[in-house]
Design a protein around this ligand. Structure first.
Ligand code: PLP
Length: 362
């Protein structure tokens, strides 16, 4: 039976990518070795790295004055890297707080800089604080936002981003769970970062896209491996990279390209999310708590009429081949993550299952 994995991350990868990796596992690219066993300085691997970067640049239309860095440590290490690269001790930085991931970035930045929270409080808000309530500081070195709060499924909308850009400050965005889900104008951001394990590839790798004028402002005591310039000056190979994660991420970028690029995938993503939200809203059984205008395309959370039904639901879903639907413990309920690799057929199967379950348990 074909299963569908709705995990929030690490998350499912395209089946064709997995098959290609499987087929090449023992003999990659006629090297008679696995890609995990070849030198990262070999001509073959250098070619892989160049192709991976070129493909990402093409699918995201990344301007030439931006560097693309591949950094270990996931998105969370960038929580520290950002203030260390962009501020001197005691300088002010602005953070919008829309949920757990924003709060984690704030906590880490607070060790190094004076963090001013633009708006937002509490663990898991179900809406973005209204723009009228936002208060920016005059002297912030940058403004940080989390573009998509993965735990609740709360996504910043155009109007939110415009209000941030209007400040004329460098804007930094954590796009771990919505990078490559829809087209985006990179040139409006100073720096974009994302852990790979949601919409790209294996965990442990972060994609960092940074405007090149921001590369040389790191504090003198910033660790070498946290300095963006270290990666920029060494093709992200100052030390040994996670070659396996690079390889799989490269296959995913090529897969996106072959599937019509981010524009084509965005249409599918919108359709997948819309039909699931429409079904939930019309069901009279399930409930989504997020402000309807701010619901994420990538992470769809929902609740059953009572929490005692959760384990019955999860067990039955698993029997039906629908995996990893349990919500984050901090928010409860269920969560269906619909990243790029989730086929529309997976969403249709989920809706069919939810329909049957509601009928049987209403
Ligand atoms: C998953 C996630 C992170 C953390 O990523 P790691 O690679 O585990 O550090 C940060 N921000 C957001 C929005 C996420 O979804």
């Amino acid at each position: 039976m074909r299963t569908f994995n709705f995990s929030a991350g690490p998350a499912m990868l395209p089946e064709s990518v997995m098959r290609e990796a499987q087929q090449a596992l023992l003999n990659w690219n006629q090297t008679q070795m696995s890609v995990m066993e070849v030198s990262h300085r070999s001509a073959e691997f250098m070619a892989l790295a160049a192709q991976m970067e070129a493909d990402l640049r093409s699918i995201m239309a990344i301007p030439n004055n931006y560097k693309v860095l591949f950094i270990h440590g996931g998105a969370s290490l960038q929580f520290s890297a950002i203030p260390l690269n962009l501020t001197a001790p005691g300088e002010t930085v602005d953070y919008l707080n829309t949920g757990v991931w924003s709060a984690k970035a704030i906590k880490e930045a607070s060790r190094y800089a004076k963090v001013h929270v633009v708006a937002g409080e509490g663990e898991n808000p179900t809406q973005v604080p209204p723009i009228e309530q936002w208060q920016f500081s005059a002297d912030a070195k940058y403004i940080h936002v989390c573009a998509n709060e993965t735990i609740t499924g709360l996504e910043l909308q155009e109007a939110h981003l415009e209000a941030v850009f209007a400040q004329g400050k460098p804007v930094i965005a954590d796009m771990s769970s919505n990078i490559l889900s829809r087209p985006l104008d990179v040139s409006r951001y100073a720096m974009i970062y994302a852990g790979a394990q949601k919409n790209i590839g294996p965990a442990g790798l972060a994609i960092v896209i940074v405007r090149d004028d921001l590369l040389n402002q790191a504090r003198s005591d910033c660790p070498t491996l946290l300095k963006w310039s270290t990666y920029a000056n060494n093709e992200s190979m100052f030390n040994t990279p996670n070659t396996w994660a690079w390889y799989l991420s490269g296959l995913v970028f090529a897969w996106i390209k072959a599937n019509g690029g981010v524009e084509a995938i965005a249409q599918i993503n919108q359709r997948k999310a819309q039909k699931l939200y429409d079904f939930i809203d019309a069901s009279g059984f399930y409930r989504n708590r997020i402000h309807p205008a701010e619901r994420s395309w990538m992470n769809v959370t929902f609740e059953l009429p009572n929490a005692e039904q959760n384990s019955v639901f999860l067990n039955a879903a698993k029997q039906a081949g629908l995996l990893s639907l349990k919500g984050h413990k901090a928010f409860g309920g269920m969560r269906a993550s619909l990243y790029n690799a989730m086929p529309e057929a997976g969403v249709d199967a989920l809706i069919g299952f939810m329909q049957d379950f509601a009928r049987a348990h209403a």
